[in-house]
Design a protein around this ligand. Structure first.
Ligand code: URA
Length: 200
């Protein structure tokens, strides 16, 4: 597994290798590996947490409700989705089955660590100038456990030669009480605009 992650020089080879990943236990219950999508190279990469229920079934990141909100925010920030490489810190859906429903579970530190070679491989192949980190799990995966999205969101950070901006996860906007959603959405768009400016 780590072999391909370290040596492959194109996304298709990586995607095929990741499809058979057994690096942590999440592969047992998920439908499939949901690898990143988008062009390579790409000037901008966005990193989410993990695929949700819809993404697990479709095999593509950000195709469910969080993805639709992300699409709207990208449009408002003046970023074209087809120019963005979209991926997740963890590439299998982590959930707890409750009756018919599959309830999202935050991935553990060990699961995030196990998936890191795939994220590193995507960074190598996609070689983005700028990186958007969506939510605490992605921030932890990329920037370490001491990074706090609440304190450092919307700030441009130089990380290993990439311009990085951390922001909230689109699901946090969806889960907010209705009266707070517009404000949170606007803040999310503002953070994405910082990323857009880094690409000018
Ligand atoms: N949430 C994520 O973090 N990633 C997805 O792909 C979908 C929802």
């Amino acid at each position: 597994m780590a072999g391909a992650a370290e040596t492959a020089s194109d996304l298709e080879t990586l995607r095929r290798a990741a499809a058979d990943c057994t690096g942590c236990e999440l592969y047992r219950n998920a439908e499939q590996t949901v690898f990143g999508r988008g062009p390579a190279p790409a000037r901008l990469m966005l990193i989410g947490e993990q695929p949700g229920d819809r993404e697990d079934r479709a095999g593509e990141p950000f195709v469910g409700p969080a993805g639709r909100l992300l699409d709207r925010a990208l449009t408002e920030a003046g970023i074209r989705r087809d120019e963005v490489y979209l991926t997740n810190a963890v590439k299998h859906f982590s959930f707890e089955q409750r009756g018919e429903r599959r309830i999202h579970q935050t991935p553990t530190a060990a699961q995030i660590r196990a998936c890191r070679p795939w994220l590193d491989a995507e960074l190598r192949v996609v070689a983005p100038a700028a990186l958007g980190v969506l939510g605490a799990t992605a921030a932890q995966a990329l920037l370490g456990r001491t990074f706090r999205v609440t304190r450092q969101r919307g700030q441009m950070i130089d990380w290993e030669g990439h311009a990085v901006v951390a922001t909230v996860h689109p699901s946090a906007v969806l889960r907010a009480p209705p009266e707070r959603r517009a404000e949170l959405f606007d803040g999310f768009v503002e953070d994405l605009k910082v990323l857009a400016a880094a690409l000018q």
